[in-house]
Design a binder for this molecule. Sequence first.
Ligand code: AMP
Length: 490
Amino acid sequence: MHDALPSASRDLDLDGDTLREECGVFGIFGHPDAAAITALGLHALQHRGQEAAGIVTFDGARFHAERKLGLVGDSFSSREVIERLTGANAIGHVRYSTTGETVMRNVQPLFAELDAGGFAVAHNGNLTNGLTLRRELIREGAICQSTTDTEVILHLLARSRKPRIVERFLDAIRALEGAFALVCLSNKKLIGARDPYGIRPLVIGELDGRYILASETCALDIIGARFVRDVENGEVVVITEGGIESLRPFPAVPERPCVFEYIYFARPDSIVNGKSVYEARKNLGAQLAAESPAEVDVVVPVPDSGVPAAIGYAQAACVPFEMGIIRNHYVGRTFIQPTQSVRELGVRMKHSANRGVIAGKRIVLIDDSLVRGTTSVKIVRMMREAGAKEVHFRIASPPIKHPDFYGIDTPEREKLLAATHDLEAMRAYIGADSLAFLSIDGLYRALGFAGRNAERPQFTDHCFTGEYPTGLTDLGIETPKRLSILAEAD
Ligand code: AMP
């Protein structure tokens, strides 16, 4: 199915149009199997977005688009769909939105017909001035089709008076604030860009002499592509038949990749900014064991995201590692459920106790992060019901006290357990015998630094510190409802 127009009822259901989202992007230039390869790349990036996926191709004369709700494997495995996506150049996107339904008109890549030709954009990240730009554009007569911040990029591009598409693109991205890893397709070029701090990841790969752009290296591995290098912070790469060109449209600032990619978001087999995510997570666990040991019989991970940190913890503490919780892989990530009650149901559906290794034991549970506390409450109760003698909880990242605006979608401050509870209150809330988090310096040490450089933090770590590297222009303008086409027209 090509794009369906949203129904009137969907248009009114604006809860579906969440602004913050984590996504995965992919692009390939000049390969005869561009669409099929993009589908495979997106499949490897599925953990970054499970609600919708899209591919846009260019065949030398026309652009073709398929955007679908649901998983890549369900939407892009049929030969008919791939065959419709003709052309040697392709970009793709997987999308993850966190509340309500995903509305078709927000599914990326977004596409616009400009006077210079077609242009498609796939965006991972979140703009912190997207609402402000959008309001200005609408005030000046722009007509917006979606409620995503990504659409403003197309409008800015359309308005630039520069003669060439790359110059227009640079004009557009210079107006952006926040986090963006972009993969774009024009009729002659594949363009990749990372925001000045490199908050979200983007890598360059190569397959059969053709260039690829992808959010993570795991998308290169699935197709046997070679990792070339990261797109650097603040860099724009332009891929044409003549090769690859690198541009630097922003004043240089030190890179500050988002630390949450290492903690939770990226796939463990990916290499993000030169660091193995798996090794990083194991080191987080080892550091946690050094900082917060526990007198226990077994180390139990909260699967899957807590597994590498639990291996690191167990090895450092010399305590046996056991899979005391088994995860059902056919349930989506807990966060995807739209309401709190359904989310809780999701947690129960997802994990079950492996009684044999729990009963009568003192256990320490290891999870990568604690956000609302929903998972921890359920898991601790489950461990006690399975006969655990003592249940200790260790979190392989510091307490999340501040909301995210760059696309990892931690919720508003009031819903963050650590923002509203002190350590003892959190322990009591989740019902554990003891609770400890990794320290912020411990986080940096595990990632290969001596500690956090207070003057020049090496990572984007606002969730823990409240220090946001970019301006937050949109803060205070809110709610997604105000964003609606209908509301704006009032
Ligand atoms: P919560 O249950 O709300 O405390 O969330 C913590 C759990 O959600 C942990 O098991 C994490 O692995 C996972 N998690 C952390 N951050 C995110 C995120 N941005 N999106 C989805 N899941 C997350």
